[in-house]
Design a protein around this ligand. Structure first.
Ligand SMILES: *Cc1c(COP(=O)(O)O)cnc(C)c1O
Length: 436
């Protein structure tokens, strides 16, 4: 749509330069929570609609044949600078582009990509980077499906892996990277905090180790990190040396347990490599999901802040309860090294934690079955409080020895705190603990 005011003045329609909300006012850089309402969307291009319409189309009309050719020259690399504009919905769409612009803002990333799930984001990242014979070095443990993808799926295509424990020191990381560096390392892949141990990875130490070990190498492996548990509010890994940040947007970013999506943020050159793979295999999220995520991002800071405050109150109550053995909550770190990583990398303890009850599976099940407000479900980061039993659910297939090493015991309950009233939640946990 042409801007009607400009058209009235000159008699000819004004050019359609998108009019995004300002990013600064009087030299003041606006905060992400402000930019989430309008950034990247120009209402004048959509009949004045305050909110972006959902663009349900599979393809986009070229203004002329030369523009169509120009686009494909960009896609195929015949013209530097990459593709511009919208062509086909497997590649991108207006809703996804606004979402990507807004996702990037939270961590001041150069670029971002939206995906149909966290796992499709991770799979597309891997596929775009690895070749047969390469090694992926990763922190452990990882989200179970990510571990399966690396070890079992990529393993079938001749990709190797080496891991170090999430809490590893610089020396331990150096040792693993030096061993891997005898061949081509495609990617260093981290997850912090790790699920379900909540162990933190020293991102800065990994970056320093990578820079040292690969100082004279022809290419340095990029560092990617799954930031689903604390990002983007409480941990921003690009500031600590990571190159790519990975999200399951299904969790805190979506935040209402009503969609599945993923995201990648980071350096433009790396994101472009992944974009080519996403264009090829079509792992982009659909326009409706992108629109829902735009709505979610408007309240991201509100929701995460409230969930974090609620978790602090609930954990303070649980910690001293006689039926609680111990807690795995980032607000209560005792280990000095982990506390040091937390202080350098994190600005909040999140709202997902581990609760170890006194007893075993029977006690854990009695507690879970007695909960009235908290729902018994896997996943996390939603407006509602969820509780699950990793040993019997998400990690059931993990071998016993590995379970023991990870602290996945039968008395472990995983809890994700929502945005309900904190005292109501405490009343619920209190009565469920008495039911044990
Ligand atoms: C849920 C989750 C994933 C996978 O995301 P989906 O959106 O379910 O595909 C990856 N990593 C972490 C840490 C997760 O919690």
């Amino acid at each position: 749509m042409a801007d009607p005011t400009e058209a009235d003045l000159s008699g000819i329609p004004a050019p359609q330069a998108p009019r995004s909300d300002p990013e600064t006012i009087g030299g003041r850089k606006l905060k992400p929570s402000t930019l989430m309402m309008g950034h990247g969307f120009d209402p004048t291009l959509s009949e004045g609609s305050l909110k972006p319409p959902i663009f349900l189309t599979s393809t986009f009309v070229f203004p002329n044949a030369a523009a169509g050719k120009r686009h494909f020259e960009g896609v195929t690399g015949k013209r530097p600078g990459g593709a511009e504009g919208l062509v086909y919905s497997r590649f991108n769409g207006p809703n996804q582009e606004i979402l990507e612009d807004r996702l990037a803002i939270w961590e001041e990333a150069e670029d971002a990509l939206a995906f149909s799930s966290g796992m499709s984001a991770i799979a597309t990242l891997f596929l775009s980077m690895v070749r047969p014979g390469d090694t992926i070095v990763h922190s452990g443990p990882l989200y179970a499906a990510t571990e399966t993808l690396i070890a079992k799926v990529l393993g079938r295509f001749g990709v190797h892996w080496l891991d170090f424990p999430a809490g590893a020191t610089r020396e331990e990381i150096d040792a693993v990277l030096a061993k891997a560096a005898t061949g081509r390392v495609a990617l260093i892949y981290l997850e912090s905090p790790a699920n379900p141990t909540n162990a933190l990875v020293d991102i800065a130490a990994v970056a320093a180790s990578r820079d040292a070990i690969f100082a004279n190498a022809a290419e340095q492996p990029p560092i990617a990190i799954d930031n689903t548990f604390l990002g983007p509010l409480w941990q921003q890994p690009l500031r600590h040396g990571a190159d790519i940040v990975v999200y399951s947007l299904t969790k805190y970013a979506g935040g209402h347990s009503d969609l599945v999506a993923g995201g990648l943020l980071g350096k433009k050159a790396l994101i472009d490599t992944v974009r080519s793979m996403r264009n090829t295999i079509g792992t982009i999220c659909d326009p409706n999901t992108a629109w829902m995520l735009l709505r979610s991002l408007e309240t991201l800071e509100l929701r995460m802040s409230r969930a974090g405050e609620n978790a602090a109150k609930v954990c303070a109550f649980l910690r001293d309860h006689p039926k609680v053995e111990r807690m795995g909550y980032l607000g209560f770190i005792e280990d000095a090294r982990q506390k040091d990583i937390y202080d350098r990398h994190c600005t909040g303890a999140g709202s997902t934690f581990s609760l170890y009850l006194k007893g075993g599976e029977a006690e854990a099940f009695r507690f879970l079955d007695a909960l009235r407000i908290a729902k018994l479900a896997v996943s996390l980061g939603g407006t509602e409080t969820l509780a699950s039993h990793p040993a019997g659910m998400t990690h059931l297939s993990v071998p016993d020895a590995r379970k023991a090493a990870l602290g996945i015991t039968d008395n472990l309950v995983r809890i994700s705190i929502g945005v309900e009233d904190a005292d109501d939640l405490i009343a619920d946990f209190d009565q469920a603990l008495s039911a044990i």
